[in-house]
Design a protein around this ligand. Structure first.
Ligand SMILES: [Zn+2]
Length: 207
């Protein structure tokens, strides 16, 4: 279990493209990655919460042959640096390289990890060592919401214009909807404070 003696109450699972960083389709050049509007403040808030943050992302560009899976290490390094800069405990970059219509045969499968399937979220929570019920899933489209709801997380849709299909379904209603990722972080913070789950170690209550 990661976190050592820290009394870790929960974790943040967050989508990458369009949620944490600006959506630039199939970009793996770290020099062109930009944090999304509000992401700096969101990361500061996650840092103050003290919870690990894992990035969970569909990367069909691998399946379509737009870039090699190995180039995602650039993206991982960027995320690691960016989150560390804001004091966030970066818990990993969990991505799905598959697609049912992949050009590359090795990636042409119906997998359990491509969102809206919950596989990436399950892997991230297992890696961190927290139950999925203690995780918040934050994303900009309803596939993120469905993955989070199916996994048993609490879910926030950052409705910043990236969801355009609005396909309904049993698991596609978010617990909360906000307009920007910093609003999502603020919401988690206020909910956690309300319920007294701080993510910080406690050393006894003064009498
Ligand atoms: Zn997959």
């Amino acid at each position: 279990m990661i976190g050592g003696a820290l009394a870790m109450d929960g974790a943040i699972l967050i989508d990458k493209d369009g949620t944490l960083i600006d959506d630039e389709p199939f970009n793996v050049d770290a020099g062109r990655i930009r944090l999304a509007p509000g992401a700096q403040q969101a990361l500061r808030d996650f840092a103050s919460l003290g919870w690990p943050v894992a990035v969970v992302s569909n990367q069909p560009g691998v399946a379509f042959g737009y870039f090699a899976e190995s180039s995602l290490s650039n993206v991982r390094d960027y995320l690691s640096r960016a989150l560390a800069y804001y004091g966030v405990d970066f818990a990993g970059f969990f991505y799905c390289p598959h697609h049912p219509q992949a050009r590359e045969a090795a990636y042409r499968i119906v997998c359990a990890c491509r969102k809206p399937a919950p596989g990436l979220l399950e892997a991230a929570a297992r890696h961190i060592g927290v139950p999925l019920s203690a995780c918040w899933m934050i994303g900009d489209i309803l596939d993120d919401v469905e993955a989070g709801n199916v996994a048993g997380c609490r879910t926030i849709l950052v409705d910043c214009g990236n969801e355009t299909m609005w396909r309904g379904g049993a698991h596609r209603t978010p617990d909360h909807t906000v307009g920007t990722v910093d609003a999502a972080a603020r919401l988690v913070l206020s909910q956690v404070r309300e319920t007294g789950r701080t993510g910080r170690p406690t050393f006894g209550t003064p009498s």
